[in-house]
Design a protein around this ligand. Structure first.
Ligand code: GDP
Ligand code: MG
Length: 719
């Protein structure tokens, strides 16, 4: 041995009979000796070879199916890697049994040692009709994969080369990790903090790994932690965490973790391998034959999504109406029993209206999350993402982005919340940034009103075109965002295809409840404060002169009626018109009204006047409010989208034209989500920066596109 040789230690790990010993012998030849692992009578084969200026020490670890400390062999293999910290682990994978073999690989990859996968028995795999795209597999796992045939000595040189390469250049990227889900992540983080507090320097385990093992209730690790006097807090937290997860998933956390690993592997394999011959298939496979069938998969998916949509919105209608009825009742009581005046107005319009606006979404949110929990827990969600991924990926989105975007057609609030099913943060943010363009149900009344006024004969077509514009803009904006703020496509993702399972009632309920409660608590506080601000803007300053003037007119009408000068109908008409005018003038004079006028120069290039400006501002409170505000601004009083008098007023106004109407519709489609949605956006993105960006870029985009429509139309002589 030349003294200049640098040393590397390489451990060979793998399932029994994967060909470890064969490869060990190939590499070391006669340079080996057999001993025992310390303290136990398990055979330890060690050998060495010289290659590329390195002296490589090889250890043949006991063959194991996992590192879960279920057997002595597993503990030895695991402890060897952790305690001796070999420079590299070469994981021998039997390609003809790839899914079972990769299970060990996912566990090794969590130990944080550079690793190389030898895809052994490639010949047997081939014979059995399994084709593995090893390059793609390597990309998916982010671990080098070298195909080998041990008994024919094929691939040995490549393995050595990779070992040297890894020793010299290191392994910069960490392997793709199995995603255990947010709930697991949270528990792991809590434990990590406690572990770091207890003992940061003296152990060779990574805190994250220890935390995961605690969740798995790993006996060996428990013993280790007790021996090293970790605090009772840690064990208590671990027990609580396990209990919490058990409640959510309705199963032992350890077996959920196993499922997730298999799901990850199964997903990676179905992307990187293809079968040539007919293969034995288990139940999950045969269900998958139907559900991810190349032709049937998409229609089935469409039907299921339609059901989710129906469940969320149609089933939500009745409880929503009930809640509205209760709020209406409370509001009526408050209006009756609190003396008329500012306090009354603040409580009825500001507070009850604001809180009501939050609670009213609750049925939708609970039902949506119930639907999502069913899809996730049964295992279908992964398939849905798998089916949509090809299409969505072309656009630049994740397969799962489809669901929040679909829900966006109902309501942006649950849509933003639904985006939490997307694990990757960038994918999630890009999805959230375009979800607003899926025209929500609250905008429809505005379209119906305006289209009914300007296009009484083909309102349907015009409304459809608005929806279509929203979808097209969303696709374009994904491309733009991906090219600018969120540069770089997300790395190829491994779709997890977990086994199908029957969801438990408890787990569904907990998933639904946790997320709904989150909505109520966080969104509620923000929406309440914004409602009060909106109320303030639309109420102050009060102008008592108007009230006095109009009271005078009303009183005159009353006495005229009493003295028989006018009839009952005329009296009532005068009273109603005066009241409408009073409210309208009060609004015009309010801060919101003045703001509407203040922004007139900004919206004038889009064809809008200050009245449409006020409508837009009020639309931030909730999109459907645009209609009732327009009723007030145009002095028509309380209206809904079918109000003929308001339509007549709009279409008859010489200031307006079809071109302006269309420009306005597009603006309503694109501009800022309502305040409830913004509150949820802030909560879900956890970033003020992104929230401000969402607000300002949707507003800017709405302006630019409405500008283009109005000015372009005028240029073409359409105005
Ligand atoms: P270990 O249990 O992982 O140490 O596996 P062994 O090295 O003892 O190999 C088990 C059997 O598989 C032996 O009969 C080897 O000859 C055979 N074997 C090893 N590698 C390959 C391979 O790539 N292709 C085929 N067809 N057989 C192999
Ligand atoms: Mg062996």
């Amino acid at each position: 041995m030349a003294p200049s040789h640098k040393h590397i230690t390489v451990a060979l790990a793998g399932n029994p009979n994967s060909g470890k010993t064969t490869i060990f012998n190939n590499l070391t030849g006669a340079n080996q000796h057999v001993g025992n692992f310390p303290g136990v009578t398990v055979e330890k084969k060690e050998g060495h070879l010289i290659h590329g200026g390195y002296r490589i020490k090889l250890i043949d670890l006991p063959g194991t199916y996992s590192l879960s400390a279920g057997s002595l062999d597993e503990i030895i293999a695991r402890n060897y890697i952790i305690d001796n910290k070999p420079d590299i682990v070469v994981d021998i994978v039997d390609a003809s049994n790839i899914e079972r073999n990769l299970y060990l690989s996912t566990q090794i990859s969590e130990l944080g040692i550079p690793m190389i996968i030898a895809l052994n028995m490639s010949d047997t795999a081939q014979k059995r009709g399994i084709n593995i795209d090893h390059k793609y597999l390597s990309t998916l796992l982010n671990i080098p994969v070298i195909p080998t045939i041990g008994n024919k000595r094929k691939g040995m040189a490549e393995i050595l080369e990779k070992i040297i390469d890894t020793a010299e250049n290191g392994q910069a990227d960490t392997p793709a990790k199995v995603k255990y889900g947010k709930e697991f992540q949270d528990e792991i983080c809590k434990l990590c903090d406690l572990i770091k507090k207890d003992n940061s320097s003296t152990n060779s385990y990574r805190p994250k790994w220890l935390a995961l093992k605690l969740i798995e209730n790993d006996r060996e690790i428990m013993k280790y932690l007790i021996k090293h006097k970790y605090s009772d807090d840690l064990f208590r937290q671990a027990a609580a965490g396990r209990k919490h997860l058990q409640a959510i998933y309705g199963d032992e956390p350890a077996s959920v973790i196993t499922d997730k690993r298999y799901g990850f592997i199964s997903g990676a394999c179905s992307e990187a391998t293809s079968m040539t011959a007919e293969r034995r298939q288990d139940i999950s496979d045969s269900i998958d034959n139907l559900l991810i069938h190349p032709n049937l998969g998409l229609p089935i998916f469409a039907i299921l999504m339609w059901l989710v949509f129906q469940l969320t919105f149609s089933l939500g209608e009745k409880p929503m109406a009930l809640i509205e009825w209760v709020i209406g009742g409370v509001s009526y009581l408050a209006a009756t029993y609190i003396p008329e005046g500012l306090v009354n107005s603040l409580i009825v319009d500001g507070i009850i209206g604001g809180v009501g606006g939050v609670i009213v979404f609750l049925p939708n949110i609970m039902l949506l999350f119930l639907a999502i929990a069913i899809l996730e827990d049964t295992g279908y969600m992964a398939r849905a993402a798998f089916i949509m991924d090809r299409i969505m990926h072309k656009i630049g989105l994740h397969g799962k982005s489809f669901i929040p975007m679909l829900i966006g057609f109902g309501c942006t609030v649950p849509a933003f919340m639904g985006s939490r099913i997307i694990d990757d943060k960038t994918d999630r943010l890009v999805t959230m940034h375009v979800t607003n363009f899926m025209s929500c149900g609250a905008r429809l009344p505005v379209y119906i009103l305006v289209c009914g006024a300007f296009w009484p004969h083909n309102a349907g077509t015009v409304v459809f075109s608005i929806y279509a514009i929203g979808v097209v803009i969303a696709i374009i904006m994904v491309k733009v965002l991906r090219g600018t703020r969120f540069k770089g496509m997300s790395s190829p993702l491994v779709m997890e295809l977990p086994p199908y399972r029957m969801p438990t009632f408890r787990s569904l309920f907990l998933h639904m409840w946790e997320r709904s409660w989150l909505y109520l608590r966080k969104a509620g506080t923000i929406i309440l404060s914004v409602s009060i601000v909106m109320w303030f803007l639309m109420t102050f300053p009060e102008n008592s002169n108007y009230s006095r003037d109009f009271s005078l007119i009303i009183n005159n009408a009353r006495s005229d009626f009493d003295s028989g000068q006018i009839g009952l109908l005329q009296r009532n008409r005068i009273i109603e018109e005066s009241e409408n005018l009073m409210v309208s003038e009060n609004l015009e004079n309010s801060i919101a009204g003045r703001l509407g006028k203040l922004i007139e120069p900004v919206i004038e290039p889009l064809g809008f006047d200050w009245r449409l400006g006020i409508a837009m501002i009020s639309g931030f409170a909730a999109k459907e409010v645009v209609v009732s505000t327009m009723g007030t601004v145009y002095g028509v009083g309380e209206v809904d989208e079918s109000s003929q008098s308001l339509r007549n007023n709009l279409a008859g106004d010489p200031k307006y034209s079809k071109l302006i109407a269309y420009s306005f519709l597009v603006f309503i489609l694109l501009y800022v989500p309502c305040m409830a949605a913004m509150a949820v956006f802030l909560r879900e993105s956890g970033s003020w920066k992104e929230t401000v960006f969402q607000f300002s870029y949707t507003f800017g985009l709405a302006w630019v596109i409405s500008f283009a429509i109005y000015q372009g139309g005028k240029f073409l002589g359409l105005g």
